[in-house]
Design a protein around this ligand. Structure first.
Ligand SMILES: Cc1cc2nc3c(=O)[nH]c(=O)nc-3n(C[C@H](O)[C@H](O)[C@H](O)COP(=O)(O)OP(=O)(O)OC[C@H]3O[C@@H](n4cnc5c(N)ncnc54)[C@H](O)[C@@H]3O)c2cc1C
Length: 498
């Protein structure tokens, strides 16, 4: 007998959308592993990037895979998480949807709770045209382009020197910004020139390379305090890096960089390779959220959030990491990780009907920057470490935070090669790494210009199929006619007889 009972429908689970696969996005998603929710992580890259080691990819120590494992693979065992590739172009707070796009195809994803962790990009302080000649250090594309430019400059210098030309412009490297990234880049280029490459060239002496570290600020590493800043400056100078402080970049082009000093002096440094490690700008998604809520934006585009990391008037939306302006929190990985874990816990508690947590409180675990092999500085609470001890602390911490055992192992091997020996395992560069990006930027619609519009490919296939079918039928009919009429071969015979 047929049952009159309707099958009971399972209630829909709470939907969480996470924007970004960086520190905030990934750690927030992982923190929801056991929650009764369905998570969609939307990010414009398929990898989780460990930004603190980008400079090692740029200078040939590590491969990009070691610091950017696949997000999909990391989350493959987390059944409640789905990974979606796409650049988020719109967030509709009213409709509770996120629109993402990839190669011209839009996807709209609905949410009940949203965690926005879209991070920050390079800021050229209103001079965006600097980007073409002075790439920043925010992505794998940046690091590979810089690797190509740095190793390429030595190659071009060798070529020029073999023809007796002046190659000073090729052997001068300018790093703009004396924060941790700038210090690390300058130190590594100096090590490349002084140790790694010194025996590899015949016409140039790589040890004559000039490495300049520029900053408008009066000291190196301001967040580390005066003492560690001075210590770092001295260590860099021992390595041969020229540290130029109080110098503001006023312009730059393919061949050089113009700077103005506080006392009114100006100077042009002739250098083909420039690296931009100054200033950050929060993701433009912050502006989208501010426009819909009236939340304030600071000069770096970071959005003001409530003490529980939610958007004013939208308790279902959390913003974490580099995008937020709250209590002068620094733009570091731990702020993003701890904020994302806090947001995940808040969502879980709400679903379980538990009372809210206390306001978000950041626990500062300290800051570190490497200067060269065996030399670093670290500030942990009030404790200041320098030299080899700080470098060992840096090594241990970064090893722990690299995602995946395989990556930890290979990174350790590469560090062994680079720090105990003088080699760099990842010196491969390609023309595309250096020039393809500029070419893509010259296309109006970027990479989307290189593929068919959504649906156009299928329509073209249909037309092609119809015309191919007609051609095949026509050919078959002609074959039949030739056979039945006995014409096949007869013309050939006549031709042979002539
Ligand atoms: C070179 C460098 C060195 C650093 N060194 C250190 C260090 O030594 N120690 C330290 O603590 N911190 C360091 N930081 C800072 C640290 O990496 C950041 O604070 C941290 O990554 C912030 O995490 P986040 O989740 O907010 O953003 P991110 O980690 O930047 O993640 C943002 C994510 O959002 C995605 N995304 C952005 N926009 C969109 C969009 N519209 N649609 C879809 N996805 C989008 C990005 O692809 C990315 O996956 C460094 C940063 C850099 C760049």
């Amino acid at each position: 007998m047929a049952s009159s009972q309707q099958p009971t429908q399972r209630p829909r689970r709470h939907r969480v959308v996470v924007i970004g696969s960086g520190f905030g996005g990934l750690f927030g998603t992982k923190a929801l592993k056991r929650a009764d929710v369905d998570i969609t992580l939307v990010a414009r890259t398929g990898h989780h990037l460990f930004q603190p080691l980008l400079y090692q990819v740029a200078t040939g120590i590590l491969s990009q895979g070691e610091i950017a494992p696949s997000t999909r693979e990391i989350l493959s065992r987390q059944d409640n998480a789905t990974v979606l590739l796409g650049e988020v172009t719109a967030i509709d707070l009213e409709a509770q949807t996120v629109t993402s796009t990839v190669l011209g195809q839009d996807t709209v994803t609905a949410y009940d709770s949203l965690i926005v962790a879209a991070g920050a990009t390079q800021s050229y302080f209103g001079n965006d045209h600097f980007a073409e000649d002075a790439p920043g250090m925010k992505s794998i594309d940046d690091a590979l382009e810089l690797r190509g430019r740095i190793f390429g400059a030595f190659e071009l210098a060798e070529l020029g020197a073999s023809r007796g030309e002046n190659v000073d412009h090729l052997l001068t490297f300018v790093v703009v910004g004396a924060g941790p990234t700038g210090v690390e880049m300058a130190g590594q280029i100096a090590e490349l020139a002084n140790r790694t490459l010194k025996r590899d060239f015949r016409y140039i002496n790589t040890r004559n390379a000039r490495v300049v570290l520029l900053d408008a600020a009066p000291q190196v590493l301001p967040p580390f305090g005066q003492k560690l800043g001075e210590h770092t400056k001295k260590d860099l100078e021992k390595l041969g890096v020229e540290v130029v402080l109080g110098a503001m970049v006023t312009d730059l082009d393919e061949r050089g960089i113009d700077v103005a000093y506080k006392d009114g002096r100006t100077e042009r440094i002739v250098a083909v390779t420039k690296i931009w490690a100054a200033g950050v700008q929060a993701s433009p998604l912050g502006r989208t959220l501010a426009e819909q809520t009236g939340a304030p934006l600071d000069r770096a585009g970071r959005i003001g959030v409530n003490p529980d990391l939610t958007l004013p008037g939208h308790p279902e939306v959390f913003v974490v990491g580099d995008m937020i302006a709250l209590d002068n929190l620094p733009g570091v990985a731990q702020v993003a990780i701890q904020g994302a874990k806090y947001a995940a816990k808040a969502i879980e508690r709400r679903i379980e009907g538990k009372p809210p947590q206390r306001p978000f409180k950041y626990f500062d675990k300290g800051s570190m920057a490497t200067i060269s092999r065996f030399k670093a500085v670290a500030l942990i609470g009030k404790v200041r470490l320098t030299g080899f001890v700080a470098w060992l602390a840096w090594l241990g911490l970064h090893l722990v935070y690299i995602t995946g055992f395989k990556n930890q192992l290979t990174a350790l091997m590469h560090w062994f090669v680079s720090f105990l020996g003088r080699g760099r395992a990842e010196r491969t560069t390609t023309e595309q790494q250096i020039f393809a990006r500029a070419a893509l930027q010259r296309l109006k619609g970027g990479a989307a210009d290189l593929v068919s519009a959504p649906g156009a490919y299928d329509r073209a296939q249909e037309i092609l199929e119809v015309s191919r079918r007609a051609e095949l039928e026509e050919r078959a009919l002609e074959e039949v006619r030739l056979t039945d009429s006995g014409e096949r071969g007869s013309h050939l015979d006549r031709a042979d007889q002539r």
